[in-house]
Design a protein around this ligand. Structure first.
Ligand code: BDR
Ligand code: CA
Length: 313
């Protein structure tokens, strides 16, 4: 299986890169980036730096959307800085990137890889859905060929994290997310319904700390920053949103309950960014989204922490 990660490279995105680097089921062929936890330029720099840190210097990185569909620019807000640090990676200093991103734009790369690999391609998005929406808008026929799309986003059966109704990735570009869901492209949605059940604590990452290398120090510091700042859940742990999306893509059995549904997204008012069943399609037999609602968190946390440990030793 060929894998593309579409990231807004903050801390849990960085951990998703490390996890992907340490597993053996899928080949990471490229990273596409967008605004979100950071600006798109910082997402490019962080992605390159993390790839270098975990021994994946050859994986190309593509620059994508710099702002949501409805805006002309983007800067992360204070809540995001609190969770991911001023540089997106918990203020861990990895310096300037040692290489440039590729010239091709992210959406074009996704389209090209969809045409090249078809069913053998899996796309995991853990960022606002702007790059995927742009790719569908440009060439839906190509995107239809992709074997599997797994998206970290949304909150269907639990409250949101950026507002009581909305999860951050969907909220960040609600119009693009609505366009993606209403396009009918099949999507597996790994939202807060499951990611709030997969929390890491100090105990889970003890083996990372013990690895005692430059990479282990950087990755451990990021994880500690994250679980001590994310939503003030200090006592409970940090939600592994983006690494779980990778796990659900390569080990679908980790998901223990799914709800097939045709989704839409609310784009205005206090419910902006809320995912909800599309009234127009309630009686439609074919459902384009599979929303994950339960997960085997122990299996995931063990598999994830062991894979990361391999690439930071
Ligand atoms: C999602 O939002 C971002 O802050 C995280 O990286 C994750 O992709 C969680 O709501
Ligand atoms: Ca993310």
């Amino acid at each position: 299986m060929k894998l593309i990660l579409d990231l807004d490279t903050g801390i849990d995105d960085a951990l998703a890169i490390a996890y992907t680097a340490g597993q053996t089921e899928a080949e990471l062929i490229g990273i596409t980036t967008s605004f979100g936890n950071v600006t798109v330029d910082t997402a490019v720099r962080n992605s390159i730096n993390i790839l270098d840190l975990v021994g994946k210097k050859d994986v190309p990185v593509y620059r994508g959307a710099a702002h949501p569909w409805e805006k002309e620019s983007y800067e992360p807000g204070e809540v995001v800085y609190q969770i991911h640090g001023r540089n997106g990676i918990g203020n861990v200093d990895l310096g300037e990137a040692r290489r440039e991103p590729e010239e091709m734009e992210a959406a074009d790369y996704i389209i090209e890889m969809a045409n090249t690999y078809g069913k053998n391609l899996t796309l995991v998005t853990t960022a606002p859905l702007t790059n995927l929406a742009n790719a569908i808008r440009k060439n839906k026929e190509a995107i239809d060929k992709i074997g599997k799309i797994v998206t970290m986003g949304g909150a269907l059966t639990v409250p949101g994290n950026i507002t009581p109704y909305a999860e951050a990735n969907i909220y960040a570009d609600a119009c693009a997310a609505k366009y993606v869901f209403e396009s009918g492209i099949p999507i597996v949605l790994v939202g807060l319904d499951v990611t709030m059940k997969t929390l890491i604590t100090k105990k889970d990452i003890q083996s990372w700390e013990e690895a005692d290398s430059k990479a282990s120090k950087a990755i451990t510091d990021m994880a500690v920053y994250y679980y001590t700042n994310e939503l003030d859940y200090t006592e409970i742990g940090g939600a592994m949103h983006d690494p779980l999306a990778v796990d659900a893509a390569i080990h679908p059995d980790v998901i223990k309950n799914i709800l097939p549904i045709n989704l839409t997204v609310e784009t205005e008012g206090i419910t902006k960014g809320r995912i909800i069943g599309d009234m127009k399609l309630l009686n439609e037999k074919k459902k384009s989204c599979l929303v994950c609602v339960d997960v085997d968190s122990d299996t995931f946390i063990k598999r994830f922490t062991a894979a990361v440990r391999k690439v930071i030793a």
